[in-house]
Design a protein around this ligand. Structure first.
Ligand code: PLP
Length: 395
C-alpha cells in the first residue's frame, strides 16, 4: 500500500505533463511537425561548446576515481570557491567556498533548504503565479504552502497581502524571479519592499523568516531587464541556483545553494544544509558536473535564440488580439485567456493542435502559459493556428 501522501500526488497529475503526453499521442497520429507543443520548459538551444570540450578534457585528463567518485557532501572545495568568486565578481557579494553547497539542480536545492529549516506545520508563503512543484516540495517536509493571490496585471509580489499573510508559523517565503510561468522579473522596489516586510515581521515574532530565492532563470533576461541579487537586500536569504536553463543542462542535475555570511549563524546553517543533502540521499551533486560547471561559470547558452522567439510570439499574439504579459525573463509568455475559464480555453486550443498550459495549475486562473523554448519555425507556423483560435473568441 502506498502512503496517503503519495496516493494524493499520483492522482494529482501535473497539468504540464498531461498536455505534453497528449501532444505526444497526437503527434503519432498527425505527425510531430503538426503539433505545436508549448508545454515544457526544456531548453531549446544547446549547452555552450566549452561545456562539451570540458567534459572531453576531464575524461581524458582526470583520475577516473576522482572524476566519478563521491565528493564532500557540500561539493568539491575548489568548485565552491570558484562559484563564490564568480558571484562576488558579478554581484558584489562576499561569499566564500564554505557559503556554497553544490546541489542536484534547483529542485534539489529547494528541497535541501526546506529539509534544513522546516518543522511540520511550518508555513511557506508563495506568490501566485508560482512553479507548481512547490506544493510537493513543501509537502515533503509536512509544511504548509500558503498562497498569495496574483497581483494583476503586473504579477509583482503583493506586499500588503504578504503583511497580512505572515503568521508566527511562517518559516519562509519562496520567490522565483525571473518567474515561471509569467516571465515577469521582480523590480528592485518589490525586493526592497519584500525585505522591509520580512524584517518588520522577524522583529515582531522574534525569529528568522527566511527568503528562499529560486533562480534557475537568473541569466535569461531581455530588453535590458536586471536581476537584483536578493541576498544583498535581505540577510536571511537562501539563493537556490541551477545550471539547467542557463547552460541547457536540465538532465545533468547541477546547481547550488548560496548562504550569505550576514545570515545569523551562517556556518551552522550551511552545515545543516550539507547534512540535509546527505540525509535526503542526494549525498553530493554529480562529481563530473561539478567539475564541468566550474570551467563554464562565465558561459551561457545562446539567449538570443529565446529573445528572437519571444519577439515573434509577442508580436504575433498581440496582432491576433490576445493580451500578453510582456515577458522580461525566463522563456515563458503568460497570455490572458479570453474567457475566465482558462482550462476550457486550453481545451479549445487543442482543436488547433496548440498545447498550452492552464494558469490554474500555477495558482493563476484566467491565464495560460506558453513556453517558447521551442524551434523558431514552430512558433512561426503556429501563428495561423493562434489566429483561428482568436477568431473563435471574436478577438
Ligand atoms: N524552479 C523553477 C521555477 C523551475 O521552472 C524549475 C524547472 O523548470 C525548477 C525550479 C527545477 O529546476 P532544476 O531542473 O534545476 O531542478
Amino acid at each position: 500500500m502506498l502512503s496517503k501522501q503519495m496516493e494524493k500526488a499520483v492522482n494529482n497529475r501535473s497539468a504540464i505533463r498531461e498536455i505534453f503526453e497528449y501532444g505526444i499521442n497526437l503527434g503519432k497520429e498527425i505527425g510531430y511537425e503538426n503539433v505545436f507543443d508549448f508545454s515544457l520548459g526544456n531548453p531549446a538551444t544547446p549547452a555552450p561548446k566549452k561545456f562539451d570540450e570540458t567534459i572531453v578534457k576531464l575524461e581524458q585528463t582526470m583520475d577516473p576515481l576522482k572524476l566519478h567518485g563521491y565528493t564532500d557532501n557540500a561539493g568539491i572545495m575548489d568548485v565552491r570557491a570558484a562559484v563564490a568568486e564568480n558571484l562576488n565578481k558579478r554581484f558584489g557579494t562576499d561569499f566564500e567556498a564554505m557559503s556554497i553547497i553544490m546541489t542536484v539542480g534547483a529542485g534539489g536545492a529547494i528541497n535541501t533548504v526546506l529539509k534544513a529549516v522546516l518543522d511540520p506545520e511550518d508555513e511557506v508563503i508563495v506568490f501566485a503565479p508560482y512553479f507548481s512543484e512547490y506544493d510537493n516540495y513543501v509537502n515533503n517536509f509536512y509544511g504548509k504552502l500558503v498562497k498569495i493571490e496574483p497581483n494583476f496585471p503586473t504579477f509583482q509580489p503583493n506586499l500588503d497581502a504578504l503583511k497580512k499573510t505572515i503568521t508566527p508559523k511562517t518559516k519562509a517565503v519562496l520567490i522565483n524571479t525571473p518567474n515561471n510561468p509569467s516571465g515577469v522579473v521582480y523590480s528592485e522596489e518589490s525586493i526592497k519592499g519584500l525585505a522591509e516586510v520580512l524584517r518588520e515581521k522577524q522583529n515582531e515574532y522574534g525569529h528568522e523568516i527566511y527568503l528562499i530565492s529560486d533562480e534557475p532563470y537568473r541569466e535569461l533576461l531581455y530588453d535590458g531587464a536586471k536581476h537584483y541579487f536578493i541576498s544583498k537586500y535581505y540577510e536571511n536569504t537562501f539563493v537556490c541556483y541551477s545550471f539547467s536553463k542557463s547552460l541547457s543542462l536540465p538532465g545533468e542535475r547541477i546547481g547550488y545553494i548560496a548562504v550569505p555570511k550576514i545570515m545569523k549563524d551562517w556556518q551552522h546553517v550551511a552545515l545543516a544544509i550539507k547534512t540535509a543533502t546527505r540525509i535526503l540521499g542526494f549525498v553530493n551533486a554529480p562529481a563530473l558536473m561539478q567539475m564541468a560547471v566550474k570551467e563554464c561559470l562565465e558561459e551561457q547558452s545562446d539567449i538570443t535564440y529565446y529573445a528572437h522567439n519571444r519577439q515573434i510570439l509577442l508580436d504575433g499574439l498581440t496582432k491576433c488580439g490576445f493580451t500578453c504579459t510582456k515577458p522580461e525573463g525566463a522563456f515563458y509568455l503568460f497570455l490572458k485567456s479570453p474567457i475566465a475559464d482558462d482550462v476550457a480555453f486550453c481545451e479549445t486550443a487543442k482543436k488547433y493542435n496548440l498545447m498550452l498550459v492552464n494558469g490554474s495549475s500555477f495558482g493563476c486562473p484566467g491565464y495560460v502559459r506558453i513556453s517558447y523554448c521551442v524551434a523558431t519555425d514552430k512558433i512561426e507556423r503556429s501563428m495561423e493556428k493562434f489566429a483561428l483560435l482568436a477568431k473563435e473568441y471574436n478577438l
